[in-house]
Ligand binder design. Structure first.
Ligand code: RUB
Length: 320
């Protein structure tokens, strides 16, 4: 059977489902899963002509890109892999996708490692970090600080409504870091015992704004008021190219049932529930954005963006 333009491989469908339902979550992990799904699509495509193969890959890209709107790592991953597609034959096209997906995934790992080494230099022996949500980039900084022989403590925010803080707490405990788990509303009180607020990012805008899990901006404002530095660990995959030309980052609104169960609603009565998944922290509340290319004051991140995206023109590689 030949796959039509609208059909995608079951592995792509399943990755898309998992991303949409947050079985796969966190910007870097989503990017990795998307690249892997494109590789499976290429490997197992039954396309008979180069045109058919290209159409199949574009359809896979479209299916994946529509899953979640805020983390730019997803379209950036798809762009990287699909722009690497080249060749005259189906076999040539297939191997170009497999090569670019493998290269992307290798670089993702490497970038996180390099970022962690740089971020760790900001942490001193005996420091306490406060975390929000679950960021593999942020945890890479802690891991490297431990490798440098530093003792690190963590105050972990629960992060309602999906409690990604529990995942962070588990990872930190696996690294033997002492963890104090707090509800989100307790954060301000515990800032007095915190040396660094350490968070990740789903997208970084050209003006240095940080888009991350809902609650990051309130935490940053409180931390600034208490004089606690705010460090954002975000590999360059999180830089949002469209914001260089004035576009804003779409904030995902999620299902009200993440906030209010049917039973709770029956008890309370009819209420409107708003459930934004992310918020925007203005650059003035951020001390440093740590990337694999070094650490940057947020206002200067646009220079790095010009260097990385300056020559990218034209439409999206998943569009027909
Ligand atoms: C995850 C989240 C993370 C960033 C960075 O949100 O906001 O802080 O994605 O993660 P969700 P990483 O759980 O809704 O996907 O550093 O791992 O890329």
């Amino acid at each position: 059977m030949t796959q039509s333009d609208s059909e995608v491989h079951p592995a792509v469908e399943s990755a898309a489902e998992d991303i949409a339902t947050m079985e796969i979550r966190g910007a870097a992990t989503i990017a990795d899963a998307a690249a892997e799904a494109l590789a499976v699509e290429a490997e197992e495509s039954e396309a008979e002509t180069p045109a058919e193969f290209r159409a199949t890959m574009r359809a896979a890209g479209r299916r994946l890109v529509e899953t979640r709107p805020t983390a730019v790592s997803l379209p950036n991953a798809l762009r990287y892999v699909l722009r690497g597609m080249g060749g005259e034959s189906v076999e040539g096209l297939r191997s170009s996708i497999l090569d670019s997906a493998a290269e992307f995934r290798r670089e993702l790992d490497q970038a996180q490692d390099n970022l962690g080494r740089i971020g760790a230099n900001r942490l001193r022996d005996g420091d306490t970090v406060m975390t929000h949500c679950h960021s593999t980039d942020a945890l890479s900084c802690v891991e490297h600080a431990l490798d440098q022989g530093k003792e690190i403590h963590a105050i972990v925010k629960e992060t309602r409504p999906r409690k990604q803080g529990h995942i962070t707490a588990r990872w930190l405990r696996e690294m033997d870091v002492p963890v104090t788990l707090i509800v989100d509303n307790a954060a301000r009180r515990y800032l007095d015992q915190t040396d660094h607020v350490l968070v990740g990012a789903d997208s970084i805008a050209a003006d240095g704004s940080v888009i991350n899990k809902i609650g990051t901006s309130g935490l940053a404002v409180n931390a600034r008021e208490r004089g606690v530095p705010i460090m954002v660990a975000a590999q360059t995959l999180k830089l949002h190219p469209d914001t260089m030309t004035g576009h804003t980052v779409e904030i995902e609104m999620r299902d009200e049932r993440e906030v209010l169960t049917l039973d709770d609603e029956a008890d309370i009565g009819d209420v409107t529930v708003e459930n934004p998944a992310f918020d925007v922290t203005p650059p003035r509340y951020v001390d440093a954005i740590v990337t694999e290319r070094g650490q940057f004051p947020p206002e200067s991140i646009v220079t790095l963006m010009r260097e990385l995206f300056g020559d990218q023109q034209g439409g999206e590689p998943w569009e027909t």
